[in-house]
Design a protein around this ligand. Structure first.
Ligand code: HEC
Length: 101
């Protein structure tokens, strides 16, 4: 199942590169890790998963909470606590440094 997802994600990343979004390739950190897989699975259902350095570690928790609201609005089950922790750790670990915009 994971394998299929990765193929789909590869296609998605290529597609967004070809669309010329933001310049540069989309190379996510830790692409081999379990944390990345959880993040990518949970955060690719409505849009391409964001780059972790798009926001600071202080901003991510609020954004993730907002995404839970979007899930609820679409009658999707919320992300469970274990996955949430993993996603939050992954995003904050690779977040944009504070104070150098
Ligand atoms: C149920 C659908 C859905 C899921 C699942 C989802 N998102 Fe979103 N996301 C949205 C919608 C709708 C918007 C645009 C409105 C907004 O910004 O709240 C958005 C916008 C965003 C933005 C751009 C807004 C900004 O402030 O930069 C980021 C970053 C983001 N999502 C991150 C995530 C992350 C991280 C996850 C996984 C935890 C995730 N999304 C999962 C629906 C979703």
């Amino acid at each position: 199942m994971m394998r299929y997802w990765l193929m789909a994600c590869g296609a998605l990343v290529l597609a967004s590169c070809e669309a010329g979004q933001g310049g540069g390739g989309h190379e996510y950190p830790e692409m081999d890790s379990r944390a990345f897989n959880v993040f990518a699975r949970q955060c690719s259902q409505c849009h391409a998963p964001p780059m972790p350095d798009k926001h600071t570690a202080a901003e991510w928790p609020g954004i993730i909470a907002r995404m839970q609201q979007h899930r609820v609005q679409r009658s999707l089950p919320p992300i469970d606590a274990a996955d949430m922790g993993e996603i939050r750790d992954y995003l904050t670990r690779h977040a944009k440094r504070e104070g150098n915009g």
